[in-house]
Design a protein around this ligand. Sequence first.
Ligand code: PHE
Ligand code: CO
Length: 298
Amino acid sequence: MMEVAAVLKAELNAEFLATVAEKSDGAALRGDYAHADEQYVVQQDWAAYTEAEHELWRKLYQRQAALLPGRACDEFIEALHQMDAADGIPEFTHTSGELFKATGWTIVAVPGLIPELAFFNHLANRRFPVTVWLRTPAEFDYIVEPDVFHDFFGHVPLLFNPVFADYMQRYGQGGLKAMQLGGLDNLARLYWYTVEFGLINTPQGLRIYGAGILSSGGEVEYCLKPGTGSRHIHLNIERCLRTLYKIDSYQETYFAIDSYQELFDGTAPDFTPLYEKLKDLEVLPANTLLSGEVELLA
Ligand code: PHE
Ligand code: CO
C-alpha cells in the first residue's frame, strides 16, 4: 500500500515539476518536496529559521504594514494586528489555532507551490497551504514564487472573515469540479482577480483585499493610483473568467466587489453551463475595457 502511494506521488510530482518548470523558464522549484506527505504537507520546523530570516521578515512586515492604512480593507488590517506576527516568522500552529476558533480554517505547511488537485482539496476542507521558506534579501521587492511572507501575510488575515472564509472553501470545491469540466483556466482567472488582486468598494473609497497586492511593496500604492492606465471596474464573473492576466507586471485590470457576500453569492450557481459557453467565446486581453464598463477610480 505504502509503495503504491509513494510511486503515485512520485509520478504526480514529476508531472507537476515539469509543468512548473515549463511555466518558469526551466527554473526548478525551490522548496524541499522530499519530506512532504500525500497532500504535500510538511512540518514547519520553526526552530530552523535563522535570526537573519526573522530580521528580513520584520523588515518586510514593517514596510507593508506602514502602507496599509487608507489602502487595505479594514477586515485585513484588523485581523493582521490580532495575528501578532510582527516580530518574526510566525509559528503556523499558533495562528492556526486562533484561525480555527474564528472560522474553522487551519493553516498547513507546504514546501512551495503544490499541484492543483492537492491545493483545491485543502481549500475544500478549510485548510490553507502556507509555504515554509522565506525569500532572500535580494528578493525584498519582487519574488516570482509565493514564499511564507506572501502566503502568510497576504492570505491568512482575510481567512478570519467568515464570509470570505466560506468563499475560499467554495472556491476549492469549485476547483475540483472545474478539473472535471475543463474549466480550470477560467476558474484560475477568478482566483487571480479576486483572492490575489481583488479590490473592494467601501464608503471611504476603493480598498485592497487581494493577497498578491497586499504582500507587494509596489503594487499596494500602484493599484489605487489614478492615471496609471490600469482599469478598475466592477467585478462581473463571466467577464472575469474570460480575462487573461499578467504574472510578471502590475495588473492592467482590477475588479472591485461591493462585499464578500457578493463573491459568495455570485459563485453559488452551477458553473457547468458557464464553462460550456466560455469555450465558444474569445478570451479578453488583460487591458480590455468593454463598452458600458465604468472606470471606478476617478
Ligand atoms: N459554483 C461553481 C460551480 O458550480 C463553483 C465555484 C465556487 C466557482 C466558487 C467559483 C468560486 O462550478
Ligand atoms: Co497567493
